[in-house]
Design a protein around this ligand. Structure first.
Ligand SMILES: Nc1ncnc2c1ncn2[C@@H]1O[C@H](COP(=O)(O)OP(=O)(O)OP(=O)(O)O)[C@@H](O)[C@H]1O
Ligand SMILES: [Mg+2]
Length: 248
């Protein structure tokens, strides 16, 4: 598998807090890479840096051999990076359909696309996440689950190569969470996206991930197959606890 993204020695501090410290890893084209660690470990900060929402203090990020460290978020979208937010960030006054159309217009090959075409595409992505019947509802009137699905539709509408998912299950009831997980598997099949997936529900990553990276205090503590990572002493100590010893 080819390396799609290379993260080289990234550090990000907030005042005195070192959220991410000298972190290096790569993402292979086509894989589902799980990203785990305790609350406050720096997982969302990594996605914020890789998506260009935050600038790292130091380090380098390469996508397909191109240095993207200084690229703006919209430029990263054009080359095929998309993300969802841990807490959905809708445009409250736009309908579900218009919200997704706006993303389609921002996507990588969409610069000369008409708004009408974007609406047609948006319909397709709303159908994909099961929100077609809600297409004319304002985002501010959607439920939490619907907002999560809207986040996914908006990210997919930019036609990403690499999708960062920052917790799709948190706050959802079991059937909703189950649906969300199935949708990610379908998104991989239908759109061929590579997935970088932060999730606290280990059983889901055990099933879905090809590989898992664990971090603690902003530093990598494990990188391997799901079985290797859940049996890693440092990961058990910092995050999973002893119960996972018996998983395999
Ligand atoms: N914008 C910010 N300003 C100041 N501190 C921040 C900011 N974003 C994150 N932090 C701090 O950086 C550290 C890492 O936070 P981050 O949100 O990346 O953790 P996380 O691994 O995503 O945790 P969780 O599992 O709870 O979502 C924490 O100490 C957090 O308080
Ligand atoms: Mg987080």
């Amino acid at each position: 598998m080819a390396e799609l993204l290379i993260v080289d020695n990234i550090t990000k501090t907030f005042g005195g807090i070192v959220a991410v410290h000298n972190l290096s890893f790569s993402i292979q084209e086509g894989e589902t890479l799980g990203f785990i660690g305790p609350n406050g470990a720096g997982k969302s900060t990594v996605v914020n840096v890789l998506s260009g929402y935050l600038e790292a203090d130091s380090g380098k990020v390469e996508m397909n051999g191109v240095n993207i460290t200084k690229m703006k978020p919209y430029q990263r979208v054009h080359i095929g990076l998309a993300r969802t937010y841990q807490i959905p960030r809708p445009f409250p006054e736009l309908t579900a359909l218009t919200s997704v159309a706006a993303s389609a217009l921002c996507g990588k090959k969409r610069i000369n696309q008409s708004f009408e075409d974007a609406l047609v595409e948006a319909t397709h992505y709303l159908e994909f996440v099961g929100l077609f019947s809600k297409r004319n509802i304002l985002a501010r009137d959607l439920t939490f689950y619907e907002l999560r699905m809207l986040e996914l539709a908006r990210a997919l509408a930019t036609t990403p190569k690499l999708l960062f998912i920052d917790e799709v299950m948190a706050g959802l009831n079991p059937p909703e969470a189950n649906n969300a997980v199935k949708l990610i598997a379908r998104a991989k099949e239908e759109f061929g996206v590579t997935v970088f997936w932060i999730e606290h529900v280990m059983a889901v990553l055990m099933e879905a991930a090809d590989r898992i990276i664990a971090i603690n205090y902003g530093e990598k503590i494990a990188d391997g197959t799901p079985d290797e990572v859940v049996n890693n002493e440092a990961v058990i100590e910092a995050y999973l606890g002893r119960g996972w010893k018996t998983y395999a």
